[in-house]
Design a protein around this ligand. Structure first.
Ligand SMILES: *[C@@H]1O[C@H](CO)[C@@H](O)[C@H](O)[C@H]1NC(C)=O
Length: 414
């Protein structure tokens, strides 16, 4: 009977690790392991805050960095695969950036330029993280591009608009004649890109630069990987369908948005119920709501039988307590058609098993309606985060296909 406690612990662990997953997700046990690590981090960090030790995001930050550096850099990744790429850590307009220069071409040979903004819920990640570092080296080498990866400030040190302003300042510096000349970059071949929260920042920066007459050289394309684009509707079909799909649960999405917008975490349950954007909020005009009306903007295939949830009378004052909620610099999907019309050509990658799927699909549709050329690339077996899961031990075929499609699009359109 000494075995009983062991069996009970094993059952408990299996119960904790096991997450039901959609059938088309490959290597489900690997997704479950990744998810367990991430979830444990989120849970322990909440527990730590609850017990009063340090900030609740510090622990998960540590976990992400630890697993990244130990597993990926030491065991899996091999940055030596791109020996010709020169890497330097410098600053652009005071913002730390990591610059990747491809092997020199001939004299007078201009290269492409890519500004890359990493994801991680405006809280996690870094340009130096192995997963991002590898992708940027590969991009620089394959595209013959000078890649600038931005080390913008993160939560809890910074809230909106600081991360956005950091990226914007770095972008303006990148687009200056002086920098383009120094790095021999073709001013006609400039991209801004990012994944997840980085896709949010890239879309926002693209809008601002397109509209700013004082910036003469503009981005020619934007490439957004499963971007987060709005915080008014947390009950989109993709939010509901993928509520419990690793690794970005709907609850984490709401938590990350509240942190970014400096909203009180006590608003969490209001946001989960869409009460934060109820009809009571006069500033959320019908026109604004129409900009994220998925019942109109999504094809039937994605809408399924989900119902749009707009609460009649939610909590009082949520919009007041979260001032950035209606700011287009935080939610690029809220921009009007006249702003979208000026935006650069777009590549938007979405994954079926991702709460952010519909943000990306709606933005693709709205840019198209505004006359912008868009490639909407949807991965039926994709899940949030797969773009970075390309190195052992956490490598996924869909991640490799997503990265390949993205690189090929840039090769053909930048
Ligand atoms: C959201 O608003 C509805 C209607 O006012 C209310 O019944 C419900 O309790 C609210 N939910 C939360 C989580 O506050």
């Amino acid at each position: 009977m000494r075995l009983l406690p062991v069996v009970l612990v094993m059952v408990a662990v299996a119960y904790y690790v096991y997450t039901p997953l959609p059938d088309s997700i490959e290597q489900p046990w690997k997704v479950m392991l990744l998810d367990t690590g991430f979830r444990t981090g989120m849970h322990l960090s909440s527990l730590k805050t609850w017990l009063g030790f340090g900030h609740h995001m510090e622990y998960i930050k540590f976990m992400v960095e630890f697993s990244d550096d130990t597993l990926l850099r030491v065991l899996g990744s091999d940055s030596g695969r791109w020996p010709g790429v020169k890497v330097s850590d410098i600053t652009f307009a005071g913002i730390p950036v990591r610059v990747y220069e491809p092997p020199a071409g001939g004299e007078g040979h201009l290269r492409r330029g890519v500004m890359f903004i990493h994801g991680g819920g405006w809280t996690l990640g870094s340009a130096k993280m192995a997963a991002y570092d590898m992708n940027c080296r590969m991009m620089s080498d394959e595209l013959n591009a000078v890649v600038v990866s931005v080390e913008y400030r993160l939560y809890p040190e910074a809230h909106f608009p600081v991360p956005y302003l950091d990226c914007l300042a770095a972008a303006k510096h990148f687009l200056s004649r002086e920098v383009l000349t120094r790095y021999a970059i073709d001013p006609e071949r400039l991209a801004v890109s990012g994944d997840s929260a980085g896709g949010n920042l890239a879309a926002a920066v693209a809008q601002e630069i397109s509209a700013d007459d004082t910036v003469s050289v503009k981005f020619s394309v934007q490439a957004l990987i499963y971007p987060a684009l709005q915080a008014l509707d947390f009950k989109t079909p993709s939010c509901m369908q993928n509520e419990y799909v690793p690794i970005l649960y709907r609850s984490f999405l709401v938590q990350f948005w509240l942190q970014y917008l400096a909203g009180d975490i006590s608003l969490y349950s209001q946001c989960m119920a869409n009460n934060h954007s109820s009809l009571q909020h006069s500033k959320i005009t019908p026109e604004l709501r129409a900009r994220l009306d998925w019942t109109v903007l999504l094809p039937p295939k994605f809408k399924k039988n989900y119902k749009r949830v707009i609460v009649e009378k939610g909590s009082q004052g949520a919009a007041k307590e979260v001032p950035g909620l209606l700011d287009v610099r935080a939610s690029p999907l809220l921009a009007g058609p006249e702003v979208l019309a000026k935006c650069p050509r777009a590549y938007i990658l979405t994954c079926e098993y991702d709460v952010l799927r519909d943000d990306g699909l709606m933005y693709a549709r709205r840019l198209q309606d505004a006359g912008v050329k868009v490639t909407s690339d949807h991965f039926e077996d994709g899940f949030h985060g797969c773009f970075n899961l390309i190195a052992w031990p956490f490598e996924f075929d869909v991640g490799k296909r997503a990265l390949r499609a993205y690189l090929d699009w840039l090769k053909n359109n930048l």
